[in-house]
Design a protein around this ligand. Structure first.
Ligand SMILES: [Zn+2]
Length: 212
C-alpha cells in the first residue's frame, strides 16, 4: 500500500480477516448468509480508521477464506485484493457518517419472507417486550436496484432521518432496504452481528404470529 498512508501491521490485518471470516461462517451456519448474498466489512481502530477490510464480490459467505477479504482505503477508495461488490458504497457511506467499526449486509430469509406479506415496519408493533426494549434504531429505505447510486442516495437519506431522532445511530443501528435485505452497523463486530440476528429473530416471530 502507498507509504503516505498509515496502514495496520500485516499481523493485525490477518487477525481481522480471520475474525471476519469466522463471523461469516457463523452467520452462514444459522442461515443469515446464503451463497454469495450480502457483504461484510470491518474498520480498523485509530490510527488506522481510514482503512477497512471487506468481502470481495461473489464471495461464498459460508466458505470465505482470507483471500476473499480485500483491504480497502476509505479515503481514495483504493482496493488491495479482489474486486469489491457494488454494494460497498453503502458500507463506505456508513463508515463516513458513524463511528461504526463493522457494517453487515444480508438478504436474510425471514425478513425477506415477512416483507413479501406485510411491511417490515410491522415488527415495531409486535406485542412483545423484546420489541419495546430494542437497544437499536430501525430505519427504512424504499425499493431500489441493488448496488445502484439511487439506492446509496436513499440509504443516506434514510440514515439522516433516523439520526434526527436517535443519537444511538452513531454507534449502532439498522436499515431495511425494501425487497432486498438488511444493513446493520455496530461499534464492534458482535454488536452488528447481534442486530442482524435479532432482526431476523423478530421477523421469524412475526411470521409465526401471522400463521397461527
Ligand atoms: Zn444486497
Amino acid at each position: 500500500m502507498p507509504s503516505q498512508h498509515k496502514t495496520p501491521p500485516l499481523s493485525i490485518i490477518t487477525t481481522y480477516k480471520k475474525q471476519l471470516c469466522a463471523l461469516l461462517h457463523a452467520g452462514w451456519e444459522i442461515g443469515l448468509f446464503r451463497g454469495t448474498n450480502g457483504n461484510a466489512s470491518l474498520r480498523f481502530p485509530k490510527p488506522y480508521d481510514d482503512i477497512a477490510i471487506i468481502t470481495a464480490t461473489k464471495t461464498l459467505k459460508g466458505h470465505a477464506r482470507l483471500s476473499d477479504i480485500s483491504v480497502w482505503d476509505l479515503r481514495d477508495n483504493q482496493v488491495f485484493g479482489k474486486e469489491l461488490s457494488s454494494e460497498s458504497q453503502i458500507h463506505q457511506l456508513l463508515f463516513a457518517k458513524t463511528q461504526a467499526k463493522c457494517v453487515l449486509h444480508a438478504h436474510t430469509p425471514y425478513l425477506l419472507a415477512l416483507s413479501c406479506v406485510c411491511p417490515i415496519e410491522s415488527i415495531k408493533t409486535l406485542p412483545i417486550y423484546e420489541v419495546a426494549l430494542l437497544p437499536f434504531a430501525i430505519g427504512f429505505v424504499g425499493r431500489y436496484q441493488p448496488g445502484s447510486t439511487q439506492l446509496a442516495n436513499a440509504v443516506a437519506q434514510a440514515f439522516e432521518h433516523l439520526a434526527q431522532h436517535n443519537a444511538s445511530v452513531d454507534t449502532k443501528g439498522c436499515l431495511w432496504m425494501d425487497g432486498h435485505g438488511l444493513l446493520c452497523w455496530g461499534e464492534d463486530m458482535l454488536t452488528a452481528f447481534g442486530i442482524l440476528e435479532e432482526m431476523e429473530h423478530l421477523a421469524m416471530i412475526a411470521l409465526h404470529g401471522r400463521s397461527s
